[in-house]
Design a binder for this molecule. Structure first.
Ligand SMILES: *Cc1c(COP(=O)(O)O)cnc(C)c1O
Length: 231
């Protein structure tokens, strides 16, 4: 259930506090980690309340739900990030309504997004989703596929490749949480060494954002701790 709108303000403050504490603790520059507020399964009013505190970037996982919400909030200047499983029949909506896609893991989908991006919107900002946890989580490309996918995606005219994203299998304990994020950062650094100009590491959620900041996250995607539990 969505928290009442006043408590969203308090929760946002608390999450921002956690981010700045983690930045200081892990010697990251203040302000180097961006909060993406994940509003999937929460109503437009909850997003509006969050926007009232200055939050501008929101993440959604289901294209149909998001398109309705984005239209209802068109009077606000918000940035929308698609973070959910991408399907061929949803790429048109995603290309038309979102500013970013974090969950790109196949060239076929990348080509569709680039072809379907409306002229005049500017390139869609994309991250490649990497599967760093082995077979536990099926989404994301495999590490050995990454260099070729990055090369092909970076040549598509209406996409701008910004970085990498991962959703690790759940693990308990700070060191265990850091491990998959370290793998993502190493893959990111490897791509940069081979000439890709990347600036985004999208990793960390409500339960593990500190571990992600420790390993270099530039965007953390937080839903539950901002908006409350989802149905
Ligand atoms: C739902 C979701 C989140 C937010 O997860 P919380 O645990 O609620 O913070 C982050 N990233 C992705 C890809 C998600 O689907």
């Amino acid at each position: 259930m969505t928290d009442d709108l006043n408590s969203i303000t308090e929760r946002l403050e608390a999450v921002r506090g956690r981010i700045s504490t983690a930045e200081a603790r892990f010697e990251r520059p203040a302000g180097s980690v961006t909060l993406l507020a994940v509003s999937k399964k929460h109503p437009a009013e909850a997003v509006r309340a969050a926007a009232g505190t200055g939050q501008r970037r929101f993440g959604e996982s289901y294209a149909q739900e998001a398109v309705t919400k984005i239209a209802a909030l068109a009077d606000l200047d918000l940035e929308w990030h698609f973070i959910g499983p991408l399907q061929s029949n949803k790429t048109r909506d995603v290309a038309a309504h979102f500013d970013w896609v974090h969950s790109l893991d196949r060239l076929k989908l990348a080509r569709r997004l680039s072809e379907q991006r409306p002229a005049g919107l500017g390139p869609l900002q994309v991250c490649l989703q990497l599967n760093v946890s082995g077979e536990v989580n099926k989404a994301g490309c495999q590490p050995h596929e990454l260099p070729e996918l990055a090369r092909a995606v970076s040549q598509l005219p209406n996409l701008q490749l910004r970085g990498l994203m991962t959703i690790p299998a759940r693990s308990e304990g700070f060191d265990a949480q850091r491990r998959p994020f370290r793998l993502l950062r190493q893959a990111f650094e490897q791509l940069r060494l081979t000439g890709f100009e990347l600036d985004t590491l999208s990793m960390g959620m409500s339960a593990d954002l500190e571990a992600a900041v420790a390993e270099g996250a530039t965007i953390v995607r937080v839903g539950t701790d901002v908006f409350g539990a989802r149905q």
